[in-house]
Design a protein around this ligand. Sequence first.
Ligand SMILES: NC(=O)c1ccc[n+]([C@@H]2O[C@H](COP(=O)([O-])OP(=O)(O)OC[C@H]3O[C@@H](n4cnc5c(N)ncnc54)[C@H](OP(=O)(O)O)[C@@H]3O)[C@@H](O)[C@H]2O)c1
Length: 300
Amino acid sequence: MKVLVTGASGLLGSEICRRLDADREFLGIKKLLKLRRKPGDHYLAVDLANPADWPQIAEQDWSVVIHTAAIKEPDKCENNQPDAVMLNVAATAFLANEAARRRAYMIYICTDYVFPGINPPYDEDAAPEPLNYYGQTKWQGELAVLAASTSFASLRVPILYGLAAGIEQSGAIIGSLRPLFDRHEQKMDDVIVRYPTWTGNVAAAVELILSNQAAGVFHCTAEERTTKYGLCVALAQLLDLPYDHLQPYTGLGTGAPRPHDAHLSWQRLRLLGFPGCKSFSQQLQLMKPELAAGIRCIKS
Ligand SMILES: NC(=O)c1ccc[n+]([C@@H]2O[C@H](COP(=O)([O-])OP(=O)(O)OC[C@H]3O[C@@H](n4cnc5c(N)ncnc54)[C@H](OP(=O)(O)O)[C@@H]3O)[C@@H](O)[C@H]2O)c1
């Protein structure tokens, strides 16, 4: 069983590839390859947003696809809607139809931003109602996957963090460290509720869904709630950094609208035997040596 992983250089895709490397054959798709491809390499460069590149995917031998590649930044999607549609919807529909045609299995990675965040928690059957273009395109991608085959799965996740692709790739961590290093007075959002979830836990959920070849919509989330400001404070306290220059901000945010609290409930994953995700306080503590090493790299 060869597994195709899109977004293999990304925050989540690199964690999934790291785990698959141990016991399954996989081919990771990246947009760009930094080094020339050699025989036996696990990676292939394909621009999924360019339909002219799609035959390269169709030519490969694979029987499972884990589709993580996406434009995930809400403001980028809002400001560049054609690009967001090409990758988040059109490329997803192509992969789903190709997987169905060859009777392969597919897991699509989706987001809690399909929900408006007004009435949490949201279970797997709650009706999506995205507030921004990113959420709309991810939901359309999910609909295309579920329409292509009733045996495919979609896994919705909230804000992620992890270090498999390097500290710079982990938006939640780097986005909290930068304001801590930059000692200017700054206001940090303290309104939008987030549930930072470790990519290692999501990769384990993907493995569980894959080994059961489970179908339909699944949710995976950690339970500890925080805000952007709360995450900065947690990292500052963990790493012994000053944070008195940061002010909690409770006014309106700028940019694409975000759901206030899109907390996911995850009964279906529990029924598959998933033990749950670590809280970010516990997980950050475990990652402290790796974090410190990553910080030394970005400072040098
Ligand atoms: N990160 C979060 O907080 C979060 C929260 C909820 C849901 N999600 C969902 O989780 C999934 C994974 O997110 P992530 O954080 O791992 O994303 P990421 O770190 O931004 O990685 C995106 C990946 O997509 C690839 N990619 C981008 N454009 C491409 C193109 N045109 N052709 C081929 N590959 C392309 C990138 O390849 P290159 O590096 O080669 O450009 C990269 O490997 C996404 O579907 C996202 O919607 C993420």
